[in-house]
Design a protein around this ligand. Structure first.
Ligand code: PDD
Length: 286
């Protein structure tokens, strides 16, 4: 069945939704995005995603085309029109259509292109993968150096995901100067005893909305949190590993480059953090 998607103020059948060939999102990857999960028809951590969207736009000198209340109304309308119970809302804002190709930004009053669509994912919260864990490989992180901006230039993460697929595993962890930065589309963690270790925020990684929530819940649950770099070797020798993202929530990682992490089974901390995250976020969902 055809989805209803949102393009620049209109709700349209997906076949009728159109964007210009001169759109800077298409020609230059000049745009930013957000992915918000939907559980029980409600949006998870919506405020967090709005804040990061605003930050990404500011960093690229783009104007936010909507207030948070307007963004919420559009998200809710799409969820309702598409009957989404579990799934995602994808949002993209590009610098719009200047009418021709040019490296320089068009005038600031050029209308941005705003596109949103839903993806139904029945069973998202109850994912079987959360019970068996992901296996990952490591690959060099050769992305640009403003990974804190959530831009739509996702070719390298896509290539890394394909390398993982070819290796018969679930994802790739990106490594720069000997240290893990993050996963292809998620933040990376290891667990040692009662301590959760994850890379500190900088322009080296995306400032995950799920990361912020999970670290807050971990501290509330009396776990120690250490924000520092770690290597693949340290991760392989850790008690547990996991990743977080808006679409995978908290996902255990049980194998890195062929070596079992801890016992090789899904860990206690990752499982507990997934439960807490889902419980708390369902309560706060809008
Ligand atoms: N990806 N790091 C990268 C490189 C990401 O692309 C993402 C999210 C994250 C986790 O951020 P958050 O917790 O805010 O989702 C970290 C989204 C889910 C995607 O591209 O589909």
């Amino acid at each position: 069945m055809s989805r209803t998607v949102y393009v620049n103020g209109d709700y349209l059948p997906e076949e009728e939704a159109k964007v210009s060939v001169f759109d800077r999102g298409f020609l230059m990857a000049d745009g930013v995005y957000e992915v918000t999960s939907v559980l029980n028809g409600k949006l998870i951590d919506f405020d967090g995603h709005c804040k990061r969207l605003a930050r990404s736009l500011t960093e690229l000198e783009m104007t936010n085309p909507h207030s948070n209340a307007e963004w919420l109304a559009i998200h809710r309308e799409l969820v309702a029109r598409n009957g989404i119970d579990e799934g995602m809302v994808y949002l993209q804002v590009t610098r719009g259509n200047p009418g021709d190709r040019d490296f320089a930004y068009p005038p600031a009053d050029t209308a941005p292109t705003v596109v949103l669509f839903t993806q139904a994912k029945p069973g998202l919260a109850d994912s079987p993968a959360a019970k068996t864990g992901w296996r990952v490989i490591s690959v060099p992180d050769i992305r640009w150096h403003r990974r804190d901006i959530k831009t739509v230039q996702l070719l390298y993460p896509s290539m890394a995901k394909m390398a993982a697929k070819k290796a018969g595993v679930d994802d790739a962890w990106l490594v720069e100067d000997g240290f893990v930065t993050e996963g292809t589309s998620n933040n990376a963690y290891i667990v040692k005893g009662n301590k959760i270790i994850t890379r500190a925020l900088s322009s080296d990684i995306l400032h995950g909305i799920t990361r912020a929530a999970v670290l807050r819940f971990a501290k509330e649950a009396q776990m120690e949190v250490e924000e520092r770099n770690f290597t693949i070797d340290e991760a392989q020798k850790a008690d547990e590993a996991f990743i977080t993202s808006a679409s995978a929530f908290v996902m255990p990682v049980v194998e890195i480059d062929g070596a079992a992490v801890g016992t090789g089974a899904v860990g206690r901390v990752a499982t507990r953090m997934r439960e807490i995250y889902l419980d708390e976020m369902r309560k706060a969902a809008v």
